[in-house]
Every structure is written in C-alpha cells, then in structure tokens.
Design a protein around this ligand. Structure first.
Ligand SMILES: [Fe+2]
Length: 236
C-alpha cells in the first residue's frame, strides 16, 4: 500500500466539497458533513485492526488506551489495562474503548495527507479510535482542537450545539432542554431543537470545529476514528 503523500485521501473526507472550497468556506470554524463515501475511504473501512474490539486493542499505537464506563454512573475511566480486560469491559460493562495515536502504516499515510491538505506542520494530525456498544456516549463537552470523525463500522448519532454557543462552564440535559452555565455562573435554558443531529454510517465524515459542544449516542455497535488536527492536540 502506498504511503506517498497526496491529498486524495483528504478529498474523500470532505467530498463532494472541493479542497479549495473547504479551506476558504469551512476550515476551521464551520461544521462539515460528508456522506459521499469515496473510494479512498475503503483503506480505512477494511483495515484489519478496525474490524473488531479484539483486533483494535492489538493495533500499533503510540499512546495510552482508556476504558470509559459510560453505562456505569460514577465509575472512573481506566487507563492502560491489559487487552483482555478491555475486551471484557467492552462486552460485560458496555464500556467504550479509546485507543490513542494509531501507528498503523495506512493510518500514518492518512495523517500525512491531512497535514499536507490543511498545510499543517508534518506530524500534527493524529488518529484515535473509539469503539462502543449501543447506548449513550460521553456527556456534553467541547474539545479545544478541530476534529474529523470518520465512521468505520456501525452507526452513531452526533448532537452538535450551534457554533456560537459559548463554552461557559457546563452544558447539561434536562429533558428536551439544555442548561448552559455561563462563566459568571448564570444559567440559561436552551432547547435541544437548536442543536444539529448527524447520523454517521460507515464512510461518513463529520468535521467539528474546536469549542463546539457535542455529545453522542451509539445506535448499533460502532467504531469511529477521530483525526485531531488542531494546535492544541493533547500529548498523552
Ligand atoms: Fe469530543
């Protein structure tokens, strides 16, 4: 498989939007959703390390794995536990498995392509993988870097607040309302219908700008990649 740097892979992530249009009209402040499922994405869809939780926990990586017990209220995430324990947590506790900085040859080629297309310092783009059973995901939060989400298997629903909602101190759900707590402690009730819903299926790619509130719900067992492309990408 070629590791030559091109922008063909990146083009598939934003198709049918052309790269120059993405750079001028979308990047880095607007959300973008692609469901074109262009052929270069097959490299990721068929990657052996992404086909099951058992193969994912063995995939080459440079950083820690985490287990998030999203179905067990109050249970803290665990880091760097043995692969068989991660598989058990996934199956017995419906935990989400989070694998950081994949180093597979194909993944590295995608990172080089993303850096080239966005004119980023080589080595900026990093890929993490999440696999989760059906159910709710992490609660409402924002990330301080831009991300592309590439759905590999299963289906997952993403809820995104409008880009202009302030980060504030917190966002919590109360039925169909969302309660936004501002920096000064004041609270404001906003309706969930103001949020955008994206249903990701295999080959879908969602670009989420930094600082945008989001949460997820997994509809059927899911594996997605997160391509971190911001300057504030966490180092752990
Ligand atoms: Fe996030």
């Amino acid at each position: 498989m070629s590791t030559q740097v091109t922008v063909n892979r990146f083009n598939a992530m934003v198709a049918p939007t052309a790269l120059d249009v993405f750079l001028s009209d979308v990047w880095p402040y607007q959300t973008h959703f692609s469901q074109a499922v262009e052929s270069p994405l097959a490299e990721l869809m068929t990657l052996s390390g992404l086909q099951s939780v058992e193969s994912l926990v063995d995939i080459p990586r440079r950083a820690k794995c985490r287990v998030h017990y999203t179905h067990e209220k109050g249970r803290a995430p665990e880091t760097n536990i043995a692969p068989e324990e991660m598989i058990r947590a996934f199956k017995a506790s419906q935990a989400t498995i989070y694998v950081q900085q994949l180093q597979d040859t194909t993944i590295r080629a995608w990172c080089q392509d993303v850096d080239a297309a966005l004119n980023l310092v080589p080595g900026t783009a990093r890929v993490n993988a999440f696999t989760s059973p059906p159910g709710r995901g992490l609660g409402w939060h924002w990330d301080d870097h831009e991300i592309f989400i590439i759905q590999v298997r299963g289906t997952k629903r993403w809820y995104l607040a409008p880009e202009d909602w302030p980060r504030g101190k917190g966002l919590t759900a109360d039925g169909d309302d969302l309660i936004l707590t501002h920096e000064n402690g004041e609270q404001e009730r906003r309706h969930i219908q103001e949020c955008r819903i994206f249903d990701l299926t295999p080959g879908s790619v969602l670009f989420v700008p930094s600082d945008v509130w989001h949460t997820t719900a997994t509809k059927e067992e899911s594996l997605h990649l997160v391509v971190n492309v911001g300057r504030n990408v966490p180092m752990n």
